[in-house]
Design a protein around this ligand. Structure first.
Ligand code: AKG
Ligand code: FE2
Length: 228
């Protein structure tokens, strides 16, 4: 694989903090936000290279549901995924960037996010992910760490409107689409995992993305939970 250029933390240009600020303001105002060109170009390029070189065999059919009843349901979602573990340098840079975003959101919004998990996703032409929320509102009985904030980014150079594959964002009741996001290279979408129903519409070309979740600790004082 070609050498990946080492990324500094925030390069001091203020670009990163301005992106993070837009995300925090968006979440504060209406529980979701879309920031075009949010990924630093070097990071986007490194991740795109990584996903491009990943053997299709390394992607596994994605499932739906909570851990115990997690099943593959091709009527709900068709994408194939590969979890990011930081073993490649591009992945480590992605985890560093999302770690900085996590700390920023905790500082600005007091969200108490304490862990992050993410995967690459590949939607082939015609694939979709029907309307869903990424987490259910806590009902007081759950003890595990739960998804609080969802983070999605796209790795599709030259995407056109006619290619489809938008992320449709619904109102909180899930009744109407309020916004459609084109999965354009470097665009980042962030939303509250329990509040924002959304759907991936079919595309006419291969669609690559990363989907990730920041979790909060749902543990009770008497019985701490592990992060996952
Ligand atoms: O790829 C997207 O636009 C969203 C994916 C998604 O909703 C998910 O993986 O939960
Ligand atoms: Fe989702």
């Amino acid at each position: 694989m070609s050498a990946v250029i080492k990324l500094p933390g925030d390069d001091g240009s203020g670009y990163e903090s301005s992106v993070f600020q837009q995300i925090a303001s968006g979440l504060r105002a209406r529980s979701w936000c879309v920031v075009p060109d949010a990924l630093p170009p070097q990071l986007a390029a490194a991740l795109f290279e990584q996903v491009r070189l990943t053997d299709e065999q390394a992607f596994a059919q994605a499932g739906v549901g909570r851990s115990q009843d997690h099943v593959h349901n091709p009527f709900v979602r068709r994408d194939r995924i590969r979890w990011i573990d930081g073993s490649a340098e591009a992945e480590q840079q992605w985890l560093d960037w999302s770690g900085r975003l996590q700390r920023f959101l905790n500082r600005e919004l007091f969200l108490g996010l304490f862990s992050f998990e993410s995967h690459f996703a590949h939607y082939q032409p015609g694939d979709f992910y029907k309307k869903h929320v990424d987490a259910f509102r806590p009902d007081g009985t759950e003890r595990g760490a739960r998804r609080e904030v969802s983070l999605v980014t796209y790795l599709n150079p030259g995407w056109q409107l006619a290619d489809g594959g938008e992320l449709a964002i619904y109102d909180e009741a899930g009744a109407e689409v309020v916004h459609k996001v084109m999965p354009a290279y470097g665009t980042v979408v962030v939303f509250l995992s329990t509040e924002v129903p959304h759907e991936v519409l079919p595309a006419v070309r291969d669609r690559y993305s990363i989907a990730g979740w920041f979790r909060v600790n749902g543990s009770h004082a008497d019985r701490p939970d592990p992060p996952r």
